[in-house]
Ligand binder design. Structure first.
Ligand code: FAD
Length: 435
């Protein structure tokens, strides 16, 4: 008969949120055998952002166990042994294919069942694939995506097999920008393709993008904007050889990397949990519409107190903090204590080559570019404020020190008033230093 196991707490998913939740459970006190993490990945939770950065370095690449959670936020690394010492079960290589919240039962692809009293849903996101839209030739070899270690290993193998070859990067978001840099550092001839007028349009203003596009061009990366890949050619082995663009251009390609976005993995809960904005709707304590069922990380649509709005956030900082909040809430309920509402300040970051930026707050209202955004600068340092209703609500900074990044975070949280936008532009980072 298939295995049937029972736990007090089950975390479904073994990514960033799961790792930070496990650490918080251990901190709050959990008895051996009470908690299980069920993950379809074969490894213990790790810091996913490493996959598009250190994991792809040509030398001294990051490898597990080096970046298991919780090193990403400066904490202690939780090795598989840590989980066994704490009596936390890591149930790996196990995909849950059915969740019945009424009977509190999860069923795996092999028919094993897991029952729980409290469930934390931490299934994260899956990547959108070109095959989802039936793009011609999209199933060819070496058209790659990046979400987990298995994807990253495929990419590393492809870079070995196609040494010094040509790479086409489809998409101009986080993955597109970080992967273009990674492939360039690995000596590939890199071309980026995206339909928008500039990269990362959901966050970057044209002034911000001006810097990164110029910086990438100076590194030898070609950028093709305003068009999309509509098909691919392959050789007799099925290996991709070219990407065909909508505008008629054909780009030779030995490797294609597609980064066109993700989708939260919520299908298991359709019709069982209230949803909103593509995610599972939660309260300020990450509890869903089903009592005892929590959603954390990428899948949660939660009240963002600062902006008085339900939002979903696909970033690692929120994955960590939402996990900690949910576990504190679960443990506080057991002891009759209370926990303050989640009060999240959005924080996004990225780095590639020698550049690194941070963003805090909300990118709405009028943007005010400051500093030197010349891509040819020896030490580029610039940023942008966003001003809404006379208040600074968001700040972006390239090349900031730790102290300066803390200053922009304070600004985004405090939302200071600005009387004169032109003066703010002149003052630049000085303004933040005074808040
Ligand atoms: P995940 O970390 O994705 O974990 C979800 C887990 O659930 C996975 O282990 C998955 O296999 C498992 N799972 C899903 N469904 C099932 C199922 N049915 N059964 C069993 N297991 C299941 N954010 C930043 O802020 N900065 C960055 O620089 C950055 N870089 C990134 C780079 C890459 C390559 C990627 C993919 C993401 C990056 N992100 C970054 C986003 C960040 O990693 C995510 O927001 C974060 O991982 C979300 O955590 P999570 O726990 O919700 O989901």
């Amino acid at each position: 008969a298939a295995e049937a196991r029972q736990f007090k707490y089950v975390i479904l998913g073994g990514g960033v949120a799961a790792g930070y939740a496990a650490r918080e459970f251990a901190k709050q006190g959990v008895n051996p055998g009470e908690l299980a993490i069920i993950s379809k990945e074969p490894v213990a939770p790790y810091e996913r952002p490493a996959l598009s950065k250190g994991y792809l370095f040509p030398q001294n690449a990051a490898r597990l166990p080096g970046f298991h959670t919780c090193v990403g936020s400066g904490g202690e690394r939780l090795l598989p042994e840590w989980y066994s010492e704490k009596g936390i079960e890591l149930i790996l290589s196990t995909e849950i294919v059915k969740a019945d919240l009424a009977s509190k039962t999860l069923t795996s692809a092999t028919g094993a069942t897991f029952t729980y009293e409290i469930l934390l849903i931490a299934t994260g996101s899956s990547v959108i694939k070109l095959t989802d839209f039936g793009v011609q030739g999209a199933e060819s070899n070496n058209i790659l995506y990046l979400r987990d270690i298995a994807d990253a290993d495929k990419l590393v193998a492809a870079m070995q097999a196609k040494k010094d070859g040509k790479a086409v990067i489809v998409g101009g978001g986080y993955i597109g920008l970080e992967l273009s840099a990674a492939l360039k550092i690995n000596n590939f001839d890199v071309t980026m393709v995206y339909p928008e007028p500039w990269c990362m349009p959901r966050l970057f203003t044209s002034g911000i993008a001006h810097f990164y596009e110029g910086y990438y061009a100076n590194k030898g990366i070609k950028i093709v904007k305003g068009t999309v890949a509509v098909g691919f050619d392959a050789d007799a082995n099925g290996d991709v050889t070219a990407a065909k663009l909508k505008d008629g251009r054909v780009l030779e390609a030995d490797i294609v990397i597609v980064g066109v976005g993700g989708r939260p993995l919520t299908a298991l809960f359709k019709g069982q949990v209230a949803d909103e904005k593509g995610g599972l709707k939660t309260d300020a304590f990450f509890e869903t519409s089903v009592p005892g069922v929590y959603a954390i990380g990428d899948v949660a649509t939660f009240p963002m107190k600062l902006y008085n709005e339900q939002r979903r956030v696909e970033h690692v900082d929120h994955a960590r903090k939402s996990a900690e909040q949910a576990v504190r809430v679960i443990k506080a309920k057991e002891s009759g204590e209370s926990v303050a509402e989640y009060d999240y300040l959005p924080y996004f970051y990225s780095r590639s080559f020698d550049v690194a930026w941070q963003f805090y707050g909300d990118n709405v209202g009028d943007d005010v570019l400051f500093g030197d955004n010349d891509p040819a600068s020896a030490k580029p340092k610039f940023g942008s404020y966003w001003v809404k209703d006379g208040k600074v609500v968001g700040v972006f900074l390239e090349g900031g020190s730790a102290e300066e990044n803390q200053a922009i975070a304070r600004v985004a949280r405090a939302q200071p008033a600005v009387a004169d936008v032109e003066a703010l532009k002149q003052e630049g980072l000085e303004f933040a230093a005074k808040v």
